[in-house]
Structures are given as structure tokens and as C-alpha cells.
Design a protein. Structure first.
Length: 517
């Protein structure tokens, strides 16, 4: 058997729990879910508190997935490694779980299995030290010994937390756990993203004081805060255990799933025009996501001049349009399977202190290579109905066809909003849809204009400029207006096959208006 110092050194080199292979993690959770076995190991997991256990129960009761997967996700966020989990199973005499993990740990730890099967007494001289401190970064595989705890864990016993004896194997036919690949896939987004303690976020936001609120929605509340000398936005997800209605619980489960989906996307795809995520927290009563603070709010805020903000200039609009298109081009082109954002609108284009646009709110993102199933489509439509359907193309609303051209259409609506200053949908306007309004205006204008083709086009541009330009935008850069308007019209074409790709859209938006205002 290896010396204790050698084992401790090996443990310090062990990958963290969320780096377990998905198939192993799924199998472990299936075992732990049977008969709520996870509740018997939770009391001997360093760093796991009663509030965490309650959160796991709530996670399961609300149909959000495997409670043991959620438990391991919380433990992973506290910086515990794969060897710690293997040792925990040894303490609990969960030999079947140890066997599943056998290839995930150094062979010098395999003696723990022998102790379990040989019924070794508790007094045996085996002390593997688990982590007890919270790491600054959950994705750091090689953590200095000063960051890892030194509380000794005893050797395997025949009982867990005073409960019943744990069998050394589990009958596969008895496994009824509800763990899914979605539960486990959330670890992927966490892998390179720092975990933040709930206590840190309370300090950053003055205990989530109401004066720090900068936004609210069905997902929860966003607070402005100061964390590690950085100005941040903290999205505190709403998890209301008092709502017992089945539909309400499913709605909350979907909201949490969308937020975790957003964490995954933001962690995996880094780009100048995609909102940076700084960290996440899973150790408190509500999950939280930490983002870069966007000093100029959303594009929607600035177009509507909310909070007495000055109107954007045409040059600023030109730069925002191009930057937003660059972010969407990145999503569509970065991998073999394009990523559909699914919720492109002015409220989800955020502006930093330099008015650089960042795409946010990736909760409805979907891979675009294959047709989404009916449940995904229902969620997408339902989420838009709460705001507006004005950004959804006709082929999706009518026939549930989901492709990257959904993002193109939505971006076309955004460009028309930037050009005109009008809302995407307005009850008091006829037609109510901005796209229909723009199409009708062009048809009417073209039918009224005479003269030669070149002269006619000049007159059409001038007429539409006079009738549709954003009156709040200073200056007379008609070329910028027309680029935004005409590109928006092409993007929002009723026929998805006639809409351009983002490579062409970016080229169309390469205007010579990049100087400072």
C-alpha cells in the first residue's frame, strides 16, 4: 500500500468531480437515486449542509432531474476531486460505485476496494484527506496543497450516517433513477468557469439589496454588485418551493434548465461580442450566474432612451449592428453544428461602457443541424409569447421549422428597430408587426414613385428616410439608415431561403462610420 504522503500528493493531482466521464457520472447517479441512497452519503460529505440536501430534494420534487446529480454538482462547485468521491464511496462501502470509478483514479487507490470487500475494521490506518475548503475555481485540476483541506476521513464502515447497511452491489434491474444526460452535461459548462460562493455574492450585492436591482424577469432578478474589484451583474434565479401547482413547477424547472443551458453556452463560446460569464454559484438557496456588468444596459433601453439616456447616433448604431452580427456569425460558424441563439432581440443585445454589443440570454439556444423535437419548439414559442412573437419567422410560427434562419429573421427585426426607432410590435399601429409595416411602406412608396430607375431609387430612399427614420437619432447619415433598413428587409424576408447568411450580413454592414462621435 502506498504511503499516506504519497496518497495525499496523488489526491492533490486528481481532477475535480465535474471532469468525470459522462457515462460514469450517469451510472453513479442511477445507483444513488435508488431508494434515495444519496441522502445517506450526504451527511458525511464535507462542505454539504442541510440547505444543500433540501435543495436536492426540491430539485427532484419539482421534476428538474436527478437529486444525486445535483448533489454532486454542488460538491464539485466546492472544489472536491474524483479521488475524494472514490474515498467517500469507500467509507460508505458502496463497492459498486467504486468499481464504476476504478479507471478514473490512480491504481494506488484501489486498495480501498479491498478494504471494503474484506470488511476491514474502522481502526485500520488509512487516512485519505478530502478537500474541505472552497476553491476559487472549480475548474482548476491541480490545486496547491494549501487550498485543499486536511480533515482526515475514516476508513470504510458498514453503515452510512447511521442508516442501513449498504450492499456492495446494486441490481441493475432495480435502478429507477431519473438521471438524464442533461443533468450531467451541465458539468461541461462548469469545467472552465469559476465557482463563487453564495456568501461572496451576498457581500457583493449588500445581501441582495433592492437598491442594487437592475432588472427583473420570469427567470429571477439581476443585481449590480462589486466582486473581486470587478463590477458585475448577478442573476439570481427564482426557485419558489411554495408553488405546488404542477404547471408552475414545470415552468420553474424549465426556467432553471434554460439558465443552466445559458451557463453552458457562455462558458463554451468566448467572443468579443458574446456576454462574458465570470462564474456561478450553486451552494445557496438559489442558483446564481455572474456576468460582466454592462454599463449601457440593453440596445432596447438605448433605442427607447430609458433613464434619460441620450439617443444613439447613426455611427454608434452602425458599430452596434456590425458587432452584433459578428457575434451571431461566430455562433453559426464556429463548429460543424451551428448554434441557433433562438432569442435575438434588442433586449438581449447588451452594451458595455464603450457601447460594444454583447449577445446575452442563451437560455433558448439550440443546435441547428437537426430538427428540434416538439417539446423544444413548444418551449421556444411559449417563451416568446411572454414577450413578443414579432421576432419569430413565419415558417416557425406556422410549421415549427427551426433553422439558423430564425436568428437571421430576428436580427432583421432588430435592424429595422435601429433604423426606425419603432417597436417590433405595437398594438396601436397598423400593421402591428414592424416587418409588415416596413413591407407595406416600401410597396406604397415604390408604387408612388416615377421617373428613371436610378432617379426612382434615390427618391424611394429619401421618401422612406423621411417617413421611417428614427426621429430621436441626431444627424442626417441617410446612408447608415438605408444600410440598416435594407439589410433588415433582406434578413426579415418571408421566404427563409431568400434570407442571407451572416457572412453576407457582416459584409453588408461594413460601413465607413467607425470614428468616434
Amino acid at each position: 500500500m502506498a504511503e499516506a504522503a504519497e496518497l495525499e500528493e496523488l489526491r492533490l493531482q486528481s481532477p475535480l468531480i465535474h471532469e468525470l466521464r459522462q457515462e460514469v457520472l450517469i451510472s453513479l447517479c442511477e445507483i444513488l437515486d435508488v431508494g434515495d441512497l444519496w441522502t445517506e452519503i450526504a451527511p458525511i460529505m464535507p462542505g454539504i449542509k442541510s440547505i444543500d440536501v433540501d435543495g436536492c430534494r426540491k430539485h427532484s420534487d419539482q421534476g428538474q432531474g436527478s437529486p444525486s446529480a445535483f448533489l454532486l454538482r454542488i460538491w464539485a462547485s466546492k472544489g472536491f476531486c474524483i479521488v475524494d468521491l472514490y474515498n467517500l464511496f469507500a467509507m460508505s462501502r458502496l463497492v459498486r460505485c467504486m468499481q464504476l470509478m476504478r479507471n478514473e483514479v490512480d491504481s494506488r487507490f484501489h486498495f480501498l476496494e479491498e478494504y471494503c470487500t474484506a470488511n476491514t475494521p474502522r481502526s485500520a490506518d488509512v487516512h485519505i484527506r478530502p478537500q474541505s475548503s472552497i476553491l476559487a475555481t472549480a475548474g482548476t485540476s491541480h490545486t496547491p496543497s494549501s487550498a485543499r483541506g486536511h480533515a482526515p476521513i475514516q476508513t470504510p464502515t458498514s453503515k452510512v450516517g447511521g442508516g442501513s447497511t449498504i450492499l456492495s452491489s446494486t441490481n441493475p434491474s432495480a435502478i429507477q433513477g431519473n438521471v438524464t444526460k442533461d443533468d450531467v452535461s451541465m458539468f461541461a459548462g462548469m469545467k472552465n468557469t469559476p465557482s463563487v460562493t453564495y456568501a461572496e455574492l451576498m457581500e457583493a450585492t449588500d445581501d441582495f439589496d433592492a437598491t442594487h436591482i437592475i432588472g427583473k424577469g420570469g427567470y429571477g432578478v439581476v443585481y449590480r454588485g462589486m466582486w473581486k474589484q470587478l463590477e458585475v451583474a448577478v442573476k439570481r434565479l427564482s426557485v419558489n418551493s411554495r408553488r405546488s401547482n404542477g404547471d408552475a413547477q414545470r415552468e420553474e424547472a424549465e426556467r432553471l434548465k434554460q439558465s443552466l443551458q445559458e451557463l453552458n453556452i457562455l462558458a463554451m463560446f468566448r467572443h468579443d461580442n458574446i456576454l462574458p460569464v465570470y462564474g456561478y454559484s450553486l451552494d445557496g438557496p438559489e442558483p446564481c450566474l455572474v456576468y460582466q456588468f454592462m454599463a449601457n444596459g440593453s440596445l432596447d433601453d438605448r433605442l427607447q432612451c430609458r433613464k434619460a439616456a441620450p439617443p444613439l447616433s447613426w455611427k454608434q448604431k452602425a458599430r452596434i449592428a456590425k458587432g452584433s452580427a459578428m457575434g451571431l456569425l461566430f455562433l453559426h460558424e464556429i463548429s460543424r453544428v451551428p448554434l441557433i441563439h433562438g432569442d435575438v432581440k434588442t433586449a438581449n443585445i447588451l452594451l458595455d461602457k464603450h457601447l460594444e454589443p454583447k449577445l446575452g440570454d442563451f437560455g433558448l439556444s439550440r443546435e441547428g443541424a437537426s430538427e428540434a423535437d416538439i417539446d423544444e419548439k413548444t418551449v421556444l414559442i411559449a417563451s416568446h409569447i411572454k414577450g413578443t412573437l414579432a421576432y419569430l419567422p413565419p415558417e416557425f410560427v406556422q410549421s415549427k421549422i427551426l433553422t439558423i434562419k430564425l436568428d437571421v429573421y430576428a436580427f432583421g427585426v432588430v435592424l429595422l428597430e435601429m433604423a426606425s426607432g419603432l417597436r417590433a410590435y405595437l398594438d396601436s399601429r397598423r400593421p402591428t408587426s414592424l416587418v409588415d409595416f416596413a413591407v407595406d411602406l416600401e410597396k406604397k412608396t415604390r408604387s408612388q414613385m416615377g421617373g428613371g430607375e436610378e432617379t426612382k431609387e434615390v427618391k424611394i430612399k429619401k421618401k422612406i428616410w423621411d417617413e421611417a427614420k428614427d426621429k430621436r437619432t441626431p444627424g442626417d447619415e441617410i446612408d447608415v439608415f438605408w444600410t440598416l433598413w435594407s439589410t433588415g428587409m433582406k434578413c426579415a424576408h418571408q421566404d427563409r431561403f431568400k434570407r442571407p447568411k451572416f457572412t453576407d450580413i457582416v459584409d453588408d454592414l461594413k460601413m465607413d462610420y467607425w470614428g468616434s462621435d
